[in-house]
Design a protein around this ligand. Structure first.
Ligand code: HEC
Ligand code: HEC
Length: 248
């Protein structure tokens, strides 16, 4: 595992000593259970700035770990079902956001034109996504993605596609009783049926009693580009995506 528990209090008190991999893990936890309320940069709740290194309700990392694990009773801040280690990693991530000003993961300045070349070339993004009038419809349409998401969310989508699958992008896999395999994106479901956009772009209603099995996948079909693209290329792709605001 990441940290020996016994080593924690010392590390946590110092507020540093985390390896990049541990901070990365803390960032993943942050994005999966905190960013929906606090925002990718930690400043979305009035009066609270998680990236500011100053807290109204906490002096030390130990206080912060307790807040993360217990929540703040009487407020909308919920407890997270984290071990002490996980809570410490999230706190380490908050501290690292503070040292770098903003979300630390976006440190490089990207170039949208180079990003476009990666998206259309070696990234093979158009094999699954539509941008403007080009591409494929297996994945969500990215034509206006820059108007809908922040840079830090887009970066996370590239590095850890499975962490933050949007409810409206949930991939489904089903097997009909005759063995036919069906994949697509879940649009809706009720007790008896699933409505999916299949991989050919057709809206289909599948009656559950005609299916041998079906599953809403927690793992994104999108590959992670971590290690596949350089940090600079990721920054370039992110700045290209940010520029996509829906113009054709
Ligand atoms: C459901 C929304 C929600 C989620 C999810 C959430 N928070 Fe909060 N958090 C809040 C609200 C609202 C407050 C402000 C509470 C108050 O002081 O009135 C808060 C306060 C805090 C504070 C205290 C800030 C200060 O200045 O003392 C910390 C630290 C914090 N949250 C960290 C986290 C972390 C880390 C996570 C993820 C593990 C998280 N929160 C998840 C809503 C949320
Ligand atoms: C094998 C198919 C596939 C490839 C290749 C692929 N994606 Fe995806 N992508 C998906 C699917 C499916 C989703 C929806 C599930 C999810 O969020 O992970 C998705 C989600 C996304 C999202 C999040 C969308 C949202 O609404 O927040 C972004 C951004 C994205 N992809 C960008 C890219 C970029 C840029 C590339 C190329 C570097 C790429 N994708 C390559 C299939 C793919």
């Amino acid at each position: 595992m990441l940290l020996a528990l016994a080593a924690l209090p010392a590390l946590a008190q110092e507020g540093h000593g985390f390896t990049p991999a541990e901070l990365e893990r803390g960032g993943i936890l942050y994005f999966s259970s905190c960013a929906n309320c606090h925002g990718p940069d930690g400043d979305q709740i009035g009066g609270v700035n998680l990236a500011g290194n100053r807290f109204r309700r906490a002096q030390s990392d130990t206080d912060l770990i307790a807040i993360v694990r217990k929540g703040i009773p009487g407020t909308a801040m919920p407890p997270a079902a984290y071990t002490e280690t996980e809570a410490a990693l999230v706190v380490g991530y908050l501290r690292s956001m503070a040292t770098s000003g903003k979300s630390r993961r976006i440190s490089l300045t990207g170039d949208p034109a180079r990003g476009q070349a990666v998206v259309e070339g070696k990234g093979k993004c158009l094999n699954c996504h539509t941008i403007g009038s080009r591409g494929s419809i297996t994945g969500p349409n990215l034509t206006a993605i820059g108007a809908a998401r922040r840079a830090s969310e887009l970066e996370l989508a590239l590095l850890d596609p499975s962490v933050d699958i949007r409810p409206d992008n949930r991939p489904v896999r089903a097997v009909a009783k005759d063995g036919t395999k069906i994949t697509g994106t879940l649009m809706n479901q009720d007790t008896y049926s699933l409505q999916i956009l299949d991989s050919n772009g057709k809206l289909r209603s599948l009656s559950k009693d005609t299916l041998r099995e079906h599953e809403v996948m927690k793992i994104s079909p999108m590959p992670s580009y971590k290690g596949q693209l350089s940090d600079q290329e990721i920054a370039d792709v992110v700045s290209y995506l940010v520029s996509l605001k829906g113009a054709r």
